[in-house]
Design a protein around this ligand. Structure first.
Ligand code: HPA
Length: 234
């Protein structure tokens, strides 16, 4: 086992979906995978392995925020040989034409987190970037499903609650939405020769306060999960 994942080598598939919420990991495993095995319950960060259309796929809860996803992403790539990581989560939209229930595929993730500075020092403003083929596959799959999909830059914010981030300005510069994990996932994956992408469903429109009802959220979550699983087995 690794420090936060109680699995043996081989228990986890080479491709892993990473929702933030452990109960969403359970939902994905129970509703979309077959022959599931629960390999981790440490801290209730549930991890399951099963098959989707005959191919091995795991689902590992990441928790919320960059410190939490960094722990799980690091352990997956370093100790379990994971090669593809797909974040599935919600995102608050700030992009001009981005509405609740749309999907955002983040080809890049800006951040206000200090982790970039901690890795690269003062002079490098590293740009965390998704794997192009995974972005491409996810986009094609989403389009074929008829889901309204945007591809572009997002912000992985360090704080959910803040009074300082200028959302309007970020929107002007083409940032489509705000979540809290993708930038770290991309940076950790590429360092360890793994590939990553974040496929997010829009839960709220930050600039005008619109949010989805739980019923609406359910269907758009299902779309996002199917896009992610189809991308996983490509
Ligand atoms: N901020 C950060 N993360 C989020 C948001 C938000 O407004 N909405 C969904 N995830």
């Amino acid at each position: 086992m690794s420090t936060h994942i109680d699995a043996k080598p081989g228990d986890i598939a080479e491709v892993v979906l990473m929702p933030g919420d452990p109960l969403r990991a359970k939902f994905i495993a129970e509703n979309f995978l077959e022959d599931i095995v629960l390999y981790n319950t440490v801290r209730n960060a549930f991890g399951y392995t099963g098959t989707y259309k005959g191919k091995r796929v795991s689902v590992q809860a990441s928790g919320m925020g960059i410190p939490s996803i960094s722990i799980y992403a690091n352990e997956l790539v370093k100790f379990y040989g994971v090669k593809k990581l797909i974040r599935v989560g919600t995102i608050g939209a700030i992009g001009k034409d981005v509405k609740v229930r749309d999907v955002i595929i983040a080809d890049s993730a800006s951040t206000d987190s200090s982790f970039i500075h901690n890795i690269f020092g003062r002079s490098i403003y590293y740009a965390p970037t998704a794997d192009f083929e995974m972005v491409y596959d996810a986009y094609q799959i989403a389009k074929n499903m008829g889901v309204k999909t945007h591809v572009g830059n997002i912000l992985s914010a360090d704080r959910f609650y803040n009074d300082e981030i200028d959302n309007e300005m970020l929107s002007e510069y083409g940032v489509l939405g705000i979540e809290m994990e993708a930038a770290a996932l991309y940076t950790i994956a590429v360092k360890h020769d793994a590939k990553a992408v974040a496929i997010c469903t829009v839960s709220d429109e930050i600039l005008n306060g619109v949010s989805t009802s739980s019923k609406e959220r359910e269907q758009s979550f299902k779309d996002m999960m199917i896009i992610s699983l189809e991308t996983a087995i490509k």
